[in-house]
Design a protein around this ligand. Structure first.
Ligand code: C2E
Ligand code: MG
Ligand code: MG
Ligand code: MG
Length: 281
């Protein structure tokens, strides 16, 4: 009896693994077609400057509108796109589309675009950025590129050289998800970042946990001393906003203001948060 049960459990896991492997293969096949079929879109989340109380820019966040499965989160498909060598073309599409869209915005509004560490492997990243800027007419100073600490894990010297070339174009470089993963303060010495994005996990419990306050305070202080802008991610409550303002954080981003929205809603978002006061109204 026990033996039979064991076999049953074994078969169950086998079926489950087959199922997962098949889903994965399906996603790979679908992903390879998605770019040509125009299934990707960019949504834009406002970044709000605490001092001027207005939108300083938008972060472009990639969305996959699957024909049968609906919207699929980038957290699910980007790792797969990286595995199957699709992140190069996909990342290039994001850069071109984002710059083209941002070129329509008021001239003080910037765009932030996420880069995968694997985009640093294809040696033409700088060329793609140059070309996306030239084709869109977007001034380089309005483009921010977001990278994570994983860019420093392999090919460190080569990647730092690429970062310097990007910065020489006049674009700025942000360190995303700061404080998570392989976080090390030494990365701040490896490259002169323009912005640090404080990870959502520290913002989440600001009102409840003194250790989160201490960490946010330390990162803001570091930013001030090193002349690096600090942006807090995942701000959902006015309590969190009040803490961040008190700790001297420069910018905030989160559902309190807006989730990422399609390009067609940018104008409306600018009207609503152009002056922050109108948030309450
Ligand atoms: P990220 O760059 O750290 O982006 C922030 C994520 O937090 C976004 O998730 C955003 O929708 C979510 N978020 C923003 N405000 C809040 C909030 O108040 N509460 C909560 N709970 N979440 C909030 P999303 O759009 O699912 O993207 C996930 C990750 O996928 C991004 O993290 C980024 O690492 C990656 N990603 C997105 N678009 C691209 C892209 O075009 N290229 C690359 N390479 N990666 C991308
Ligand atoms: Mg980001
Ligand atoms: Mg982030
Ligand atoms: Mg994050």
């Amino acid at each position: 009896r026990a033996k039979q049960d064991g076999r049953g459990v074994h078969r169950f896991f086998e079926r489950e693994m087959d199922h997962q492997a098949q889903q994965r293969r399906e996603m790979e096949t679908d992903l390879r077609r998605a770019l040509a079929h125009g299934e990707f879109e960019l949504h834009y989340q406002p970044v709000v400057d605490i001092a001027s109380e207005s939108i300083s820019g938008f972060e472009a966040l990639l969305r996959w509108r699957h024909p049968d499965k609906g919207m699929i989160s980038p957290a699910e498909f980007i790792p797969v796109a990286e595995d199957i060598g699709l992140i190069g073309p996909l990342g290039e599409w994001v850069l071109r589309e984002g710059c083209k869209e941002a070129a329509n915005w008021p001239s003080e509004v910037r765009i932030a675009i996420n880069l995968s560490p694997l985009q640093f492997r294809s040696r033409n990243l700088v060329q793609v950025v140059v070309s996306a800027l030239a084709n869109s007419g977007l001034p380089p100073k309005r483009l921010e590129l977001e990278i994570t600490e994983s860019v420093f894990l392999a090919e460190t010297e080569a990647n730092i050289a690429i970062l310097h070339q990007l910065r020489e174009l006049g674009v700025s470089i942000s360190l995303d998800d700061f404080g998570t993963g392989y976080s090390s303060l030494s990365y701040l010495r490896s490259f002169p970042f323009d912005k640090i994005k404080i990870d959502r996990s520290f913002v989440k419990d600001l009102a409840k946990r003194s250790d989160c306050v201490a960490i946010v305070r330390a990162i803001s202080g570091l930013g001030r001393s090193l002349n690096i802008t600090t942006t807090a991610e995942g701000v959902e409550t006015t309590d969190q906003l009040d803490w961040l303002r008190a700790e001297g954080c420069n910018e905030v981003q989160g559902f309190l203001f807006s989730a990422a929205r399609p390009a067609a809603e940018i104008e409306q978002l600018l009207l609503r948060f152009g002056a922050w006061e109108s948030r309450a109204a």
